[in-house]
Design a protein around this ligand. Structure first.
Ligand code: BG6
Length: 492
């Protein structure tokens, strides 16, 4: 899947933005340090009237560590071009700089255009790149495009049509940064490289699957975006559905990009649509009120946040029950939940196995303890397997025991950041961990269906205290099925 490292010119739109500062420059620095052959040059584009040196100072200040002497050359590879993205003529001048750097650094015409700017500019920039002939090159051209990819299926299609006028599908790298996370990539290996899991990974042995992505932060500076978006669009349409697809997919016949994506697509196509008749039974919407966070800080209510209307009914929490109507998963509920201002920052996938039928060993004073497998996506990365064993007594009492594996508990184990992997993958022509158009379209179809259903038959907005694990109704969603959310586990 991966090509050899090739010299690359990265043209980054949104170069003075928050994402570039927090994620992209630190990621590029890591790539630079790990590749002795210095594989890239960056042109940062943004509206601010900076020169190259001001831009380099900005990049330097964004790095988590100070540059060592050997890495000083890193900043010399950054160039700045002030640009109003709507200003078509400016792209022609940008092309002069692109061609000059291409020659000076022997970049072989390889161009990676990275759109890390507000989504309303995605189409404009892409079409302007073509208009100014920036995409005509002897090397390869690729486009990395950030989320959100549209705000519903119709707008996503329109955006896709525009970018497909300029780039072929295999040149388009749609980011879902969860796909760059170590443990999200590990889901396939845990499942398919371990017959003890794969042989029971189906509706005969699995009672339910719970996927939680909880956050402690509120909306922060992103009020404008978030209030138009809400938890369903912000987290479920992309990250959560990708985790569902990876947890539920069939093994691909080959470890090739399109084979893996094909299997994910089949899952997304099999998710049962939510209708007005069942929306109240399957979806819970919540919004945080004031509360006390785990670090003893007092949090204000969502409706009190700067930039949020005092009567906003945007959901900051969502829980849902979904079904995948195929041979493997028929009848197994997938419970998903995500929210802001929850008790802990944690992403976990918990697989609850069915209890053995009429098992006398499990009829103890403790009640029945099911086997659980937790995949810890973040902040700790690893696995927990919860089993039953005999207590150290003379009776047949059982007790739960846990087997843990931690990927990142010691500092030396710490691997690459998601953005570092994804940018690196794109530079190597590997789009496995990016979303293909049909994945995006099917995710929107499911999410649009939920919105249509709750418009037709409105469901209430349930309030929850900041610092809790969401509204009471989220627990009820599982309780009516005789289930409960398993407490999120911690790795030691
Ligand atoms: C982003 C959402 O895609 O993912 C944010 O827009 C959210 O609202 C973030 O906070 C969560 O990412 P992570 O990697 O911190 O779990």
């Amino acid at each position: 899947m991966k090509e050899q490292t090739q010299p690359t010119l990265i043209v980054l739109f949104g170069a003075s933005g928050d994402l570039a500062e927090r994620k992209l420059y630190p990621a590029l620095y890591e790539i630079y340090k790990k590749n002795g052959n210095k594989p890239f040059v960056v042109i940062g584009c943004a509206r601010r009237p900076w020169d190259h040196d001001q831009f380099r100072a900005f990049v330097e200040s964004s790095l988590r560590e100070t540059l060592d002497t050997e890495s000083k050359g890193f900043l010399q590879r950054f160039f700045y071009y002030p640009l109003d993205v709507n200003h078509t003529d400016a792209y022609h001048e940008l092309r002069d700089l692109v061609e000059q750097l291409d020659r000076d650094y022997h970049l072989k015409g390889n161009r990676l255009f990275y759109l890390a700017l507000a989504p309303e500019y995605f189409s404009t920039v892409t079409l302007n790149l073509k208009e100014a002939h920036l995409t005509e090159t002897n090397g390869w051209k690729r486009l990395i495009i950030e989320k959100p990819f549209g705000k519903d299926l119709t707008s996503a299609k329109a955006l896709n049509d525009d970018i497909c006028k300029v780039f072929m599908e295999d040149e388009i790298y749609r980011i879902d940064h969860y796909l760059g996370k170590e443990m999200v990539q590990n889901i396939q290996v845990i499942r398919f490289a371990n017959p003890i899991f794969e042989s029971i990974w189906n509706n005969r042995y699995i009672a339910n699957i719970q996927i939680t992505a909880s956050e402690t932060i509120g909306v922060g500076e992103r009020a404008g975006y978030y209030d138009r978006t809400g938890a369903l669009l912000d987290m479920v349409q992309n990250h959560i559905l990708q985790m569902v697809a990876l947890t539920a997919m069939e093994p691909p016949s080959r470890l090739e990009t399109e084979d893996i994506r094909d299997e994910k697509v089949k899952v997304l196509r099999s998710i049962r649509p939510v209708t007005a008749e069942c929306v109240a039974d399957q979806i819970v919407r919540g919004q945080y009120t004031r509360g006390l966070l785990a670090n003893s800080e007092r949090a204000i209510a969502y409706r009190e946040e700067d930039g949020i209307a005092h009567n906003s009914d945007t959901e900051t929490f969502i829980a849902a029950k979904l079904y995948i109507d195929n041979f493997r998963w028929s009848g197994v509920p997938f419970y998903i939940r995500t929210g802001k201002r929850l008790k802990t920052k944690s992403t976990q996938i918990i697989v609850q196995f069915k209890n053995a039928p009429l098992n006398p060993y499990l009829r103890t004073f403790n009640g029945e303890e099911p086997n659980l497998l937790a995949i810890h996506v973040q902040p700790d990365e690893g696995l927990t397997l919860k089993l039953n064993a005999k207590r150290f007594t003379e009776k047949w009492d059982t007790m739960p025991i846990t087997l843990d594996f931690c990927n990142n508990c010691s500092k030396e184990d710490y691997g690459s950041d998601a953005y570092e992997r994804l940018i690196n993958d794109c530079m190597h022509g590997d789009s496995t961990n990016f979303t293909r158009w049909d994945e995006v379209a099917l995710s929107w179809e499911y999410v649009d269906g939920i919105i249509r259903a709750w418009r037709e038959k409105p469901i209430p907005l349930n309030f929850y205290e900041a610092g809790s694990m969401g509204p009471y109704e989220s627990d009820q969603l599982l309780k009516k099925d005789g289930c409960e959310w398993w407490p999120l586990m911690k790795l030691s």
